[in-house]
Design a protein around this ligand. Structure first.
Ligand code: DGL
Length: 266
């Protein structure tokens, strides 16, 4: 338990996807100081190997925890969490909250029993996802597709660029072409970037397909773990990037509207 009210919550992702968790967190803990770290030098994680992701995430979070002294770390990235959550918990002496595909809530709301899951290439092949499926979607059909193009599209959208609807249509078409695909009525957004494309996904899939992500649940979990702690921010929240500052170009409006100061280099 932190006795320093200025100690931040550290939110970590490969890019801007974790801002979907940040937005949910600010609704439940508006006063909490937050440092958001985007590993832009490592983006995208989805095309990397398990060992590359685990080494990178554990190494960076170890160094960030030393520098920023957070009270809690949230890995706001499904790819990193499904691969490296256990390892990060072993190396940090801090509460660590992960982000795992929201299969449980999707299974609770599907009427047809057919759930779609969109994630990165690395996430959809994880045993962690097989375990969530066996535990929560037993007797239901879970259809998985990788959609690496949507990570880049979400990054671009937050920088004010247009999203090519063909990218989203392709994801829908690949899911629909799978056996049982036309019955999908719940879509797990198993990458924190994807809720940033909620409108585009709704346009492609239609309003009968419910989009399900874990952001609100993660925010509640963080609030629960920090219950009773005091918060005293000493300035605006910080947005930190790995690699050159130029990687954050175009994000100024998205950051300012969320109460961040200007991007900084780690
Ligand atoms: N935002 C990430 C996730 O939740 C990863 C995107 C990427 O770096 O490929 O999976």
């Amino acid at each position: 338990m932190s006795d320093n009210p200025a100690s931040p919550i550290l939110l970590f992702d490969s890019g801007v996807g974790g801002l979907t968790v940040y937005d949910a967190l600010r609704k439940v803990l508006p006063e909490a100081p937050v440092i958001y770290a985007a590993d832009l030098a490592g983006l995208p994680y989805g095309s990397k190997t398990e060992s590359q992701i685990a080494a990178r995430v554990a190494g960076l979070l170890g160094r960030m925890a030393e520098r920023f002294r957070p009270r809690l770390v949230c890995i706001a990235c499904n790819t990193a969490s499904t691969i490296a959550l256990g390892m990060v918990r072993d190396v940090l002496e801090l509460p660590v909250v992960g982000t795992v595909p929201a299969i449980k809530p999707a299974a609770a709301l599907t009427q047809t029993g057919t759930i779609g899951l969109v994630g990165t290439e690395a996430t959809i092949r994880q045993a962690y996802v097989d375990e969530l499926e066996a535990q929560f979607a037993n007797g239901k059909r879970l259809l998985r597709v990788a959609a690496p193009g949507l990570v880049a599209a979400a990054e671009a959208k937050l920088r004010g660029q247009a999203v090519d609807p063909a990218l989203i249509d392709d994801v829908r078409d690949r899911l629909t072409a799978m056996p049982g695909g036309p019955d999908i009525d719940a879509l797990v957004l198993a990458c924190t970037h994807f809720p940033l494309l909620g409108e585009e996904l709704a346009a492609a899939f239609g309003s009968d397909v419910r989009q399900v992500d874990g952001a609100a649940g993660i925010a509640r979990r963080i609030a629960h773990l920090l219950e009773g702690q005091e918060f005293a921010a000493q300035g605006p929240n910080r947005f930190i990037v790995t690699g050159p500052l130029a990687g954050a170009e175009g994000l100024e409006a998205a950051l300012a509207s969320r109460g961040f100061g200007p991007a900084e280099v780690f």
